[in-house]
Design a protein around this ligand. Sequence first.
Ligand SMILES: Nc1ncnc2c1ncn2[C@@H]1O[C@H](COP(=O)(O)OP(=O)(O)O)[C@@H](O)[C@H]1O
Ligand SMILES: [Mg+2]
Length: 383
Amino acid sequence: MSLTNKEKLQEINFFNKKMFKKFAAERKRRIPSEEYQVSMRNCENVLEIEDLHTFFYTEIGTVRAVDGVTINIERGKTVGIVGESGCGKSVTSLSIMRLLHEPHGQIADGQIKFNSEKGAVDLVKLPPKKMDAIRGREISMIFQEPMTTLNPVFTIGKQLDEVLKYHNTEKYSTKEITKRSLDMLNTVEIANAKTVYRMYPHEISGGMRQRVVIAMALICGPKLIIADEPTTALDVTIQAQILDLMRSLKQKTSAAIMLITHDLGVIAEIADYVVVMYAGRVVEQGEVHEIFHNPCHPYTIGLMRSRPDNTSGERLYSIPGNVPNPVNLPDHCFFRNRCEKSVKACAGKYPPFFMVSPTQKSACYLQTGKPTEDRAAEKGPAE
Ligand SMILES: Nc1ncnc2c1ncn2[C@@H]1O[C@H](COP(=O)(O)OP(=O)(O)O)[C@@H](O)[C@H]1O
Ligand SMILES: [Mg+2]
């Protein structure tokens, strides 16, 4: 007997309520340090995301926005996360920062291991106070739209000072804080730093605002900077300037950068390693030259062909169809319906990763290399 829409909705609401209760109880629990103190798989890594599942419990069902993602970021390296809109890039970054819209958005399973100054911790389990000490200081974030970060009613200087005051572990005096804010404005190549320090966000241009936001992200000397589409909201000439700035900062800071973008051009300019996401999963990853010179997953190949700077002379390609909404997706390759190369095996179980090289792997049955076991295809989280 099939359920009516009303019954389906009731069933989903009942399930969501049950999940909210479960997560609320977990939040109230006093978590012993043994649970969040972990060891890194590789001490060279600053971040190890392992089999992360982040879901939104909505009225249309459970949106599996991030569905078993594993990403490592090595100290000082830049990892580019690329994929079309809606593939789970921002939700991955919000999970790391623990800034999901609760109660609907929840990390349902997995670990986010961060090699913090005070030892390696699992950010998923970390008590809120300890997370506050890391967020903005050891891990900072640059958002797409600078005005969402800046407060229109305070001067640039006050806002920069505030970041340092909040995390004042070095015990800077007020004078030293001001000096450091001015230094940061110089670092992000703002020429008239003293004037800008006294200005309000609306008095400076969009490009300048994004420079200020980058200064804010750098001011506490973080180990990891997450930049979520840092150039997308800017116009083309400014985009190029901010990219130049980010490239030069890469040399100046020792921070690792997680660079999220839908623009492969940006990735080519800055990233050392590339992770390609599709519908909440990683479909291919490898060193930047591998992904650009030997893309293996049909989705990555499609993204490469749809670059506006594609010099092949052929008409600009666009991948047919859209990223599916990750609700109740069947357990075979999510890209299958849009894929021009799909074969019989693609209708079977979701593909594991196949090694293309020691550093490159692709989750596609067209690949003939050795399959690996680190894909959590079969292992969904409980409930
Ligand atoms: N607050 C939310 N409620 C429900 N679904 C959401 C929410 N935020 C994001 N999603 C869904 O999660 C998926 C991934 O979104 P997102 O990470 O923002 O994509 P992008 O790769 O463009 O950054 C999308 O299907 C999106 O619709
Ligand atoms: Mg996004």
